[in-house]
Design a protein around this ligand. Sequence first.
Ligand SMILES: NC(=O)C1=CN([C@@H]2O[C@H](COP(=O)(O)OP(=O)(O)OC[C@H]3O[C@@H](n4cnc5c(N)ncnc54)[C@H](O)[C@@H]3O)[C@@H](O)[C@H]2O)[C@H](O)CC1
Ligand SMILES: [K+]
Length: 515
Amino acid sequence: MKVFSAEQLYNADKVTIEKQGITSEALMERAGKQIFQWLHKHLNGAPVPIRIFAGIGNNGGDGLVIGRLLIEHGYDVVVYVVNCSDKRSDNFLLNYNKIKNVTKNWPILMKSEADFPKINDDDFIVDAIFGIGLNRCPGGWVKKLILHLNQSKAFKLAVDIPSGLYPNLPIEDKNAVLKADHTITFQTPKLAFFLPETAAYVSNFDVLEIGLDIQFLQSVEPLAQLIAKPQAQLFYKQRNKFDHKGTFGHVLIVAGSYGKLGAAVLSTKAAFKAGAGMVTTFIPKCGYNILQTTVPEAMVITDKEEEFISDIAFDFKPSAIAIGMGIGKNTATVEALKKVFQNKDTPFVIDADALNIISENKTLLKLLPKNSVLTPHPGELKRLIGTWENDYHKLEKAKKFSEKYKVVLIIKGAYTVIVYGSKLYINTTGNPGMGTAGSGDALSGIIAGLLSQGYDALLAAVFGVYLHGKAGDIAGAHLGIDAVMAGDIINNVSEAYLELFKIDEPEKSITNTTK
Ligand SMILES: NC(=O)C1=CN([C@@H]2O[C@H](COP(=O)(O)OP(=O)(O)OC[C@H]3O[C@@H](n4cnc5c(N)ncnc54)[C@H](O)[C@@H]3O)[C@@H](O)[C@H]2O)[C@H](O)CC1
Ligand SMILES: [K+]
């Protein structure tokens, strides 16, 4: 599934109307009807008081369609028109007239705070005040109305997008955004649904296809591509009967320092679980017994130093190198890093302290092998690309960084974003249980394991993040997300692979909450 901007959706709207020979009113009817059907399925005729707040644009028009259909089906509905301006859209007006045919209770016109109704906890609110046409931050009594609705415990369903939220721009005033319990969005989720500062207003969401022209949508460059099971299935490289361990490559993991050998153990195991043919782990001397006993499948090379890495010497050609997990920032380690980057032809995963070393020695940026995969957590990212004003600014800075240094940048988060030049890929697997020590070491190992099997840098990053998140979801489902440890994620990579080709259950809403 792709994520489009408001502008692209308006264009799709136009093309659809032309190509399908329908009116924009018919398209609105289609959209409103779909939401009605969703509501009817969930409410099943329940006598719950439904209050629809409709703005004066087409989002309000959708609200009026929903109101009309609910009234026709016997629901207890009150429609309020949030009359913030007299510039009503044509389709709003058409549906404003139509609703009068099905009820004697005409929509209530709201013009100030004095018109606010009392909201009871068991009311059901439909938010159709503003959609993707929001062009300024809601102020005055409309902002107060949003606050009034937010203060109530009534269930709030947002039509297309919570009112006050821009689909692909930052929030200006947090108090002027409706906090929806559920959002039903048309055709494609909006970028705001996935970014930490804005996703909280969206809670759970469903996407309803309203039949916008597919050819047009395929012809434009989306803001982002969502990565879910259908995409991941396409990434998977089938193994052949005559493949052998040499086919799946030989990973070099460079990790660990005194007290942080666990990072090396976890990355090594994860590289194997992702399918690497062989793994050699380069560690300081003190970790030798630890590695050989915890991961007997791995080969081990030790540094001449006891407690840290000073010179990464190896006598084979790795098919991928993952470096940085728990290595610390010793000056000798900085020099070792510079030297290892001379292996320009080898795909790299660069993580943790290797990223911190680069941030503190920016000259190292020039030495980064092209197409390296960088896996910073938010703190490491800030040190690497500098601070940002909001999530959108962060994405722009990340794109510039990726373009300049020709690397794949993984921005870890609830929805991990993979940045490759100007392209964004948003992962949909994973859960808050994965915020646990060693989870990042597991990810680096998985990506290195994929690189070693011949997945290119972007594919290894995107597929690796998907598998890591899926393994975390499976672990969470078995153990409870609070109890998930990095080892559990690694142990479930196999199940994540198996799940790729299991028949799907019916689609569930995407959720931004963990309840
Ligand atoms: N292609 C589709 O996806 C379809 C979308 N539909 C629905 O249409 C809305 C977008 O409608 P639009 O009329 O363009 O904009 P809005 O309804 O979001 O409201 C804009 C309206 O309000 C004014 N306005 C904007 N910001 C403010 C503000 N802060 N304060 C006061 N007034 C404001 C603005 O000037 C406009 O007059 C989309 O979200 C869907 O719900 C179709 O129904 C189906 C096809
Ligand atoms: K809305």
